[in-house]
Design a protein around this ligand. Structure first.
Ligand SMILES: *[C@@H]1O[C@H](CO)[C@@H](O)[C@H](O)[C@H]1NC(C)=O
Length: 489
């Protein structure tokens, strides 16, 4: 053993000793020549790889880990001086409008409004006329008792208006959108004449910013603590999350907002047939509360105002680096164009699951006719996912992104739609290679993964009312009011 080793060392030494510098130079040259030959020989294969759009390998941490919270934590508790209101004898009745998430934020705002106006809040009535045509009552969607008791130190909430007030005249109010604290203080004058104020619409009635900290915190208590879903929804939602976790440990929740109403409303027709585009145009024409009728789909898409198509979502996720084996839960209503429209997305990500596949028919029966309840299931599965990706920045995307920020900045990747469609088109025209496409997409989304940041202010140039409308929604990013530094405020 010892001998053998000694021999090899001696031999190595002797080889080196015998070589002249010229021979060494020759060796180096040969090695160099050989690598060039090897490179040229394989160039064909390298080219192949670039055409095949598989992105640069990303690590598990890069793909799945949440951004750093920098020690921030949720804080929805009131300040020391805060007092709840118990206003009795004055009632606020509310008609919610919109889909599940528009109603959720509307209800949370109405809790704050009832507090400001020192009124008793009557459990709101949910929208039955929207596109979603859902007959569900508040208690079908939310845990009513939990809602009332969680907020009992803040506002008095009752299930119904007292019998003796049912027939008294009410003040029917369309409260001004994005109103301030002062506006609602002024509205308390209505109590001189009325005992009941009826709020006709609940969406966006309260400003996002410049409200007292305690009002903002109350909105968070309502939204994140009090508005728990009803027990049947909560339990099936948790069950679906468990099933996904057993299947693969980690999953992406993809909110694929590719439903008929959204496409008709936004006027986006990319990838649709002429007949489909026409069907959507007619729907838009006939929907009274959609004010904009004449839309140029090309301009709309270029501006980043269209939801990504299922195909585009697939290209996006693979460019970011998610492997084909990734489990993707699709949170969505009925996809416009059905299964056929999902073929490209499915061909790269075969582990695409819908709740219809994850739950049994019996389990879903109770929810089948109730779009809002199905949306609530999607909400739970999306909230709990490792990564949340919305294809469009609608009410659901905003609400879930904000809730995930509140709970500890869980990872949410928000596609830069305007930037992406530009890249998709460049790729299509052959102006960029797939490998650089992936790199560009990765770079473009470096700072769009849900890390802590301040809420965005109004759009530059926006004036008057427009300023309030263009501010980032409070519920999309309740930082800093409801997300505190380790020391707290
Ligand atoms: C709220 O209303 C009640 C009567 O319902 C009244 O006693 C109380 O003083 C009011 N609180 C405030 C802050 O106005």
């Amino acid at each position: 053993m010892v001998n053998h080793r000694g021999w090899s060392v001696m031999k190595t030494k002797s080889i080196y000793r015998k070589q002249s510098p010229r021979t060494i130079a020759l060796y180096i040259f040969l090695l160099f020549a050989f690598s060039i030959f090897f490179f040229v020989f394989n160039a064909g294969n390298i080219e192949q790889q670039q055409i095949n759009p598989i992105s640069v390998q990303k690590t598990d941490e890069e793909l799945w880990d949440p951004p750093s919270t920098r020690g921030l934590r949720p804080c929805a508790h009131p300040k020391r001086r805060y007092k709840g209101t118990r206003g009795s004898g004055r009632y606020l009745t509310v008609n919610c409008n919109g889909g599940l998430n528009q109603m959720r934020t509307g209800i949370s705002d109405m809790v704050a409004v009832a507090h400001i106006m020192n009124a008793t809040l009557v459990i709101p009535k949910l929208d039955k006329q929207s596109f979603w045509q859902d007959s569900s009552a508040f208690s079908d969607i939310f845990d009513e008792l939990h809602f009332i008791t969680t907020l009992q130190k803040d506002v008095r909430i009752v299930k119904q208006l007292p019998k003796e007030l049912e027939l008294v005249p009410r003040a029917r109010k369309h409260f001004t959108s994005w109103s301030s604290m002062g506006y609602y203080k002024e509205m308390t004058q209505l109590w001189n004449e009325y005992q009941v104020i009826h709020v006709v619409k609940s969406d966006s009635r309260l400003a996002n910013n410049d409200l007292p900290l305690d009002i903002q915190r109350l909105r968070c208590r309502a939204m994140y603590h009090a508005l728990r879903f009803s027990p049947p929804i909560e339990s099936l939602g948790k069950e679906l999350v468990d099933r996904l976790r057993t299947q693969s440990g980690k999953y992406i929740a993809l909110h694929l907002r590719y439903e008929k109403d959204m496409l008709a409303f936004t006027g986006c027709t990319s990838g649709l047939t002429d007949a489909e585009s026409e069907e959507l145009r007619i729907m838009r024409e006939n929907t009274k509360h959609w004010k904009v009728k004449d839309i140029n789909p090309t301009e709309q898409r270029k501006g980043g105002f269209c939801p990504l198509t299922p195909k585009e979502v697939g290209m996006f996720l693979r460019a970011i680096g998610y492997p084909p084996s990734t489990l993707i839960y699709v949170a969505s209503g009925e996809i416009y164009g059905g299964d056929a429209r999902l073929s490209e997305l499915k061909s790269y990500f075969p582990n695409l699951v819908f709740k219809e596949k994850l739950a049994t028919k019996e389990e879903l029966n109770a929810f089948a006719k109730h779009a809002t309840q199905s949306a609530a299931l999607d909400y739970i599965v999306s909230l709990e996912s490792d990564v949340f990706v919305p294809s469009y920045s609608g009410n659901m995307a905003r609400a879930i992104e904000g809730h995930r920020r509140f709970l500890g900045h869980r990872k949410t990747i928000s596609p830069d739609r305007k930037g992406l469609v530009k890249l998709f088109d460049e790729l299509e025209r052959g102006n960029i290679r797939t490998s650089s496409f992936s790199e560009l997409v990765w770079q473009m989304h470096k700072n769009r993964k849900g890390a802590p940041r301040k809420r965005k202010g109004p759009s530059p140039g926006a004036k008057g009312k427009e300023r309030f409308r263009t501010e980032e929604s409070f519920y999309e990013n309740p930082y800093h009011e409801c997300i505190c530094s380790p020391k707290g405020i």
